[in-house]
Design a protein around this ligand. Sequence first.
Ligand SMILES: [Zn+2]
Length: 275
Amino acid sequence: MPELPELEALRIRMGPRLEGKLITAASVNPKKAHMLRYPVDDFARELPARRILSLTRRGKHLVFATEVGGGGSPRWLVINPMLGGRFQLEDGEVAVPATEVFTVRVEGRLEMRYLDFRDMGRIYWVSDCDGEVPGYAQLGPEADSVPAMGLEAFRKRLRRFRDELKDLLRNQEFLAGIGNAYSDEILFEARLLPLRRRASLKPEEEEAVFTAIPAVLHRAVEAILANPKYEESKQDRSFMAVHMKGGKTCPRCGHRISQLGTNREPLNFCRGCQL
Ligand SMILES: [Zn+2]
């Protein structure tokens, strides 16, 4: 499931190719039309003749701001790709995969295709993100804004929550953008066990979380962008230290990496060097 780093890398890659462009056509795959949260006809009719003003990210959502020429009626296309949603930016000549949900064509024959092989992604076409996208108004600050927040504000925010650390990091009201994979990596970086309760943290351990969050997220964005062969649809996470590495050797201490939960959604950590 894409989290902040994957979506951030996607935004950095796709943004410059789409921002400022005029949408010339939009179409929906009839077999996947049930995934859209508004009438399909409206989507295909309303997008063309709009301009993509910006592509931003909010938590695990990619947000396309659009506007009709001349400045009227802004509307946002908000997509949370969930487990199986992927984006493809192609010349219109490249064949459309069967997993395509919708295609937005922009001037210059470029097509942005949203594909979904699990049909779980959430797609919203709204005039008010906070009011119309479920959970959007409740999102906490962006996880990569932690350094700007500062340690003391971070401590205050952290102490409002009682969860175990793993659940806390995944709680989008605490910070937006972290999910199952990066919460494992952040806790490994901070040397803390995922099932520790927030209230058990010593001040220096709170600081370790504060430092680990931006360090892990930043490194991941860099790793994704540095890989010229990175295929968004395959979501290569081989750069990770513990996530999905149950049974393998800990890169820090050599202990065997533990796994709880299912193979599909594992919780990985090292009992050798996380306390
Ligand atoms: Zn270890």
